[in-house]
Design a protein around this ligand. Structure first.
Ligand code: AMP
Ligand code: ZN
Length: 138
């Protein structure tokens, strides 16, 4: 599904079957956001990927883009996750274009582990834009 103005994903029974067959962790915050158990204004969702604003934004635009599939972190990826991670990154790119971040530039961050500052152990990509970013990162 193309992002196209961040239209919301249609909740048809066929699509619900796809989701219900996906492994999820019912204690995981982002699984609960993805499933709708925790109400969050989503800026994009389809059958595989969900995006919503970070609750503690670090830039004028700070979106979290997550696969619906529960994967704890980059360190837990294996070959069978290649397609879903690829799709998630394509959605990051589409959302960045929809939000018009592509002209000036944006940053995509994935933290793995406590030293890197990972606090939610469901893999996610931070999409940050709307200001200048220094390098190296802190
Ligand atoms: P990380 O520290 O890389 O694991 O990123 C987790 C992000 O999730 C942080 O930037 C938090 O601000 C954000 N976060 C935590 N809880 C929520 C929530 N309920 N809704 C939106 N973002 C959240
Ligand atoms: Zn999860």
């Amino acid at each position: 599904m193309a992002v196209q103005a961040c239209l919301h994903w249609r909740d048809t029974s066929a699509e619900r079957r796809i989701i219900s067959s996906m492994p999820a962790n019912d204690r995981c915050l982002f699984c609960r956001i993805a499933s709708g158990e925790i109400a969050t204004k989503k800026i994009f969702e389809d059958d595989q990927v969900v995006a919503f604003n970070d609750i503690n934004p670090q830039a004028p635009t700070h979106v979290l883009v997550i696969p619906r599939k529960h994967i704890a972190s980059l360190d837990d990826l294996n070959e069978e996750d290649a397609a879903i991670i690829g799709t998630t990154l394509v959605r990051v790119s589409e959302i960045a274009r929809t939000l018009k971040l592509n002209g000036e530039g944006y940053r995509v961050v994935a933290n793995h582990g406590e030293d890197a500052g990972q606090t939610v152990f469901h893999i996610h990509f931070h999409l940050l834009g709307g200001r200048n970013f220094s390098w190296p990162p802190g």
